[in-house]
Design a binder for this molecule. Sequence first.
Ligand SMILES: Cc1ncc(COP(=O)(O)O)c(C=O)c1O
Length: 428
Amino acid sequence: MTNPSTDFIPFARPSIGTDEEAAVLRVLRSGWLTTATEAAELEREFAAAAGAAHAVAVNSATAGLHLALEALGIGPGDRVAMSPYTFTATAEVVRYLGGEPLFVDIDPETLNISPTALRSTLQRASASGSRVRAVIAVHIAGLRCNMRAVTSAAQEYGAAVVEDSAHCVPRSYSGTHPRPGTDGAEVAPAHSETAGADRGCVSVFSFYATKPVTSGEGGMVVTDRTDLARRMRVMRLHGIDRDVWNRYRAEGATWEYDVVAPGYKYNLADLQAAIARVQLHKAERMRRRRAEIAQTYRTAFAALPGLLLPAAGEPTEEPAGENGCSDHGHHLYIIRLREGALKISRDEFIDRLTEFGIGTSVHYRPLHLMSYYRDRYGLQPDDFPVSWQAYQGAVSLPIYDAMTSAQTERVTEAVTTLYHRHAAAGQD
Ligand SMILES: Cc1ncc(COP(=O)(O)O)c(C=O)c1O
């Protein structure tokens, strides 16, 4: 018999084994702890996995998003479109640069930005004479946005596209726009030396503690654009024209360097890069295990009409339709309680799951409900009705490689039991 307090199933748990331990020891014993060869190797391996020309290792996805927008030349007053159904990092980086996030509602099925709503927002902005400089497309739960539709809208209105791939593994996602490159090339990168010569988007991954590839904290930016990669490399380390490893340790090292801009301190330490390398190696196997768990949930919950199950995603790079998505990292499993389906609220449902020993979370309380964005832009909950409604029913269930089949079963049993116990009339 399970005891919910001692057998609690956490919402998230990384798979860390002896390989990660050995990797950390290797760095600890190497005599050099911060950015050097491990980070360089990780960049090489990640670029290959993502199918991108360049990978720039950073200490968080937030840092990566900031660097990407900076390299694209986003500055004071510039508008950047995104859905409010995301973590605050996606929007806050726009504010770092003095720009303004412009929210666009989501597709009710995928929870990703609605390409139709994006097109009308870009159209409206353009008609009122205020161009939107960039779009950030968040792949919620690792389910890839319909990038063909997003980039074609962005390109039509001269906006660059940055992908927030914090929930993705590089295999489940190509790391580039559908080819041929559709990077919104009308936006002249402020720091470009080879603008237009090498097209492609920027995509930012997270190595945060709960993410599909983790090093505790960390991130990676991938791009096909040499000019953007170069700018991001300089800006991630104080605006110094070459990295610290080259200054101190590499052959021909010299103390001399120049500062070409007031950069940031966003480099990824070798201690973390070494862990991320092991995780990257395991990423596809872990993704498959999560896909299996998603399939178990889907089968178990198919008989519960009051639950809205997440879009499955197709094992293909081709978009599934106008608002469709393709491919899936299965980072989150977000069920939604249909309005009126249960006699208890979403919050009570979560409390009951906790009593059953099941950890959960909510993705996301949309940004237009957060006081900073709400007050700054005078937003109301139903300004983005699909996001608002999705939030009200959303419950994220545990889904990770380290979950056992017995744990998965306990989750399906708990959800099913609670559902039947609290179903409103006609929902059984
Ligand atoms: C959608 C999304 N974007 C960006 C981030 C920021 O990632 P990091 O913690 O690596 O900065 C997160 C992290 O939770 C996220 O979920």
